[in-house]
Design a protein around this ligand. Structure first.
Ligand code: CA
Ligand code: CA
Ligand code: CA
Length: 159
């Protein structure tokens, strides 16, 4: 493997790790849609959100069993009452693809928004001056003591 390939693979892995949170957890997740964001994939809160179907704040064994059965059925793509390895993986792959597509489209939209902020005169061209304006704001926010240098004496961690 070349260094470049390794880096690409690592980047992909990092992206996937970031995505393997609550919305995409393979087990104990919030329904098949994977759209609800919860604090933690395996928390009691997400468990309650997933299985407390009558909304009384409690999960009975009956509710839990019904929820698990519904989940099992969502894995059983060909409906033969069994879940093969291929089905289990495919169900996850489909949700992962949907989530990646959703995040990608969101990130692209945010990039247009960022460009709109950078292109202050809105002529659809980010001049070097405009780019420097944005950099200047960044620098100012970090240079909290205003001495023209960013170092440990500046108290802000973010710009
Ligand atoms: Ca099956
Ligand atoms: Ca411009
Ligand atoms: Ca400073």
């Amino acid at each position: 493997m070349t260094t470049k390939t390794t880096q690409a693979a690592l980047a992909a892995l990092t992206a996937l790790t970031a995505l393997s949170g609550p919305a995409l957890a393979q087990d104990g997740e919030s329904a098949a849609t994977g759209t609800r964001a919860t604090a933690s994939g395996h928390s009691k809160t997400s468990f309650l959100e997933t299985y407390d179907t009558n909304g009384d704040g409690k999960v009975s064994v009956a509710e839990f069993t019904a929820g698990r059965e519904a989940k099992y059925k969502s894995f059983d793509l060909d409906g033969d009452g069994q879940v093969s390895e291929a089905e289990y993986v495919e169900e996850y792959r489909a949700r992962l693809d949907a989530e990646l597509a959703r995040r990608r489209s969101l990130q692209i939209r945010q990039t247009y928004v960022r460009y709109g902020v950078l292109d202050t005169d809105h002529d659809q061209n980010m001049s070097l001056e405009e780019f420097h304006e944005s950099g200047g704001r960044m620098f100012k926010r970090l240079d909290t003591n205003g001495d023209g240098v960013i170092d440990e004496r500046d108290s802000s961690d973010h710009y």
